[in-house]
Design a protein around this ligand. Structure first.
Ligand SMILES: [Zn+2]
Length: 389
């Protein structure tokens, strides 16, 4: 027995109007300062007022929210006693909203203990709406949340099926203002979710469909959204792709590119999508050389890249990913991503490898690297070498 979990998804033009149909008294918006500046909090508030809801907001979610930052917002949330919590923003805001929701309903709970089998109760006080303003993390439709441990410079991948948002609103007007760099970074997160979701060991018929569609949409529309942020069709397709890929990997799993990306991104402060996207080609090469069959050639076939034998399919997919990365200015190597000497990088290798190995998604690929292989992969990604082991 298995489950495919999804929030109710409201998408397309004017999707935000769904807020006007909410029943309740009070809504609490969890967001960041940029959303406030862009007028998005006001826009959400406009629709909430039409539903007769009073609202307040907490606009202090930082990039890579920490446990402490989440705690700081909970006090005003508890004082307001909302029946709706609305996460508004990129992955950081949506994850912070999930964390604050858990703490609101389970006072004193230690979030570091949150796991798939943790006994927490939600929906007794409030339900969660996720409104993404970037087209990337898919957090609006997954039960995962990533918080940062600032002392150890480490990402904490947490989650519970209970923490799945009740409603995800995918309104294409919201990502229109993303700058090109953010568009490319988040777009590569979507691509990585789609490819890892399709090839991770928990893949299934339900996640396969949404993963393939998401991958196809990224190849077709990311260059357009990157080139012209006002291309509404491309923005809408990328916004949908992000949610589709989120549904995909949220119901199968992410894998090695995410464990390497989490580790690398946390230590060198590289945005999530840029980090995982950088490692994606190397991890495909690594998996394709492993003893177990892989499914990369099926993706190539679906994209019309000419699949042939599995090995050729993986090679063609890597080539296509690199061409896409180049088209939207994404780095192909660590050296391109950060300004760092070989000596300094080598000094960080042990820590990078240890953190990647400790990241649970590493076990979800078709080939699980040893600590030594992780370090080698990182080194190859630094230099831009083709993986040959
Ligand atoms: Zn991701």
């Amino acid at each position: 027995m298995w489950y495919f979990r999804s929030p109710e998804i409201v998408f397309g033009e004017d999707a935000l109007e769904h807020l006007e149909t909410l029943k309740g008294q009070r809504a609490f918006i969890v967001t960041d300062a940029v959303m406030l500046q862009l007028g998005f909090v006001e826009l959400i508030g406009y629709h909430l007022r039409k539903a007769g809801l009073e609202y307040r907001f907490f606009a202090e979610v930082a990039q890579e929210p920490t446990l402490g930052a989440v705690q700081a917002g909970v006090e005003s949330l508890v004082a307001f006693q909302p029946d709706w919590i609305i996460g508004l923003g990129g992955g950081s805001a949506l994850d912070a909203a999930k964390a604050m929701w858990i703490l609101y309903e389970n006072p004193g709970f230690d979030l570091t203990n949150l796991g798939p089998c943790t006994d927490i109760t939600l929906r007794q006080k409030a339900r969660l709406i996720a409104i993404p303003t970037t087209s990337g993390t898919g957090s609006e439709c997954t039960w995962a949340l990533v918080l940062t441990d600032p002392v150890e410079n480490r990402k904490l991948g947490l989650g519970s099926p209970e923490a799945l948002p009740d409603i995800a609103i995918i309104d294409p007007i919201l990502p229109l203002k993303m700058p090109p760099r953010l568009t490319a970074d988040t777009g590569f997160d979507v691509l990585t979710h789609g490819i890892e979701g399709y090839t991770a060991s928990l893949y299934n018929d339900f996640s396969d469909g949404v993963c393939l569609k998401a991958i196809q949409l990224v190849f077709e529309y990311l260059p357009r959204a990157f080139k012209d942020g006002c291309d509404r069709e491309a923005r809408e397709k990328m916004h949908n792709a992000a949610t589709l890929a989120g549904l995909g990997f949220g119901n199968s799993m992410a894998a090695l590119a995410h464990s390497l990306g989490h580790s690398f991104g946390a230590i060198f402060h590289v945005p999530h999508g840029r980090a995982v996207g950088l490692f994606l080609p190397y991890t495909i090469q690594f998996m394709a050389r492993g003893p177990l069959p892989t499914r990369f050639h099926e993706i190539s076939r679906f994209l019309g890249l000419g699949a042939g034998a599995p090995a050729a399919g993986a090679i063609n997919l890597v080539k296509a990913i690199r061409e896409l990365a180049t088209a939207v200015g994404q780095p192909l190597t660590i050296r391109e991503a950060i300004d760092i000497s070989p000596e300094v990088f080598e000094a960080a290798l042990d820590r990078l490898a240890a953190n990647a190995e400790a990241d649970s998604v590493i076990a979800m690929g078709s080939r699980i690297p040893t600590a030594e292989e992780i370090a080698r992969l990182l080194w190859y990604a630094y230099e831009g070498k083709e993986v040959d082991f």
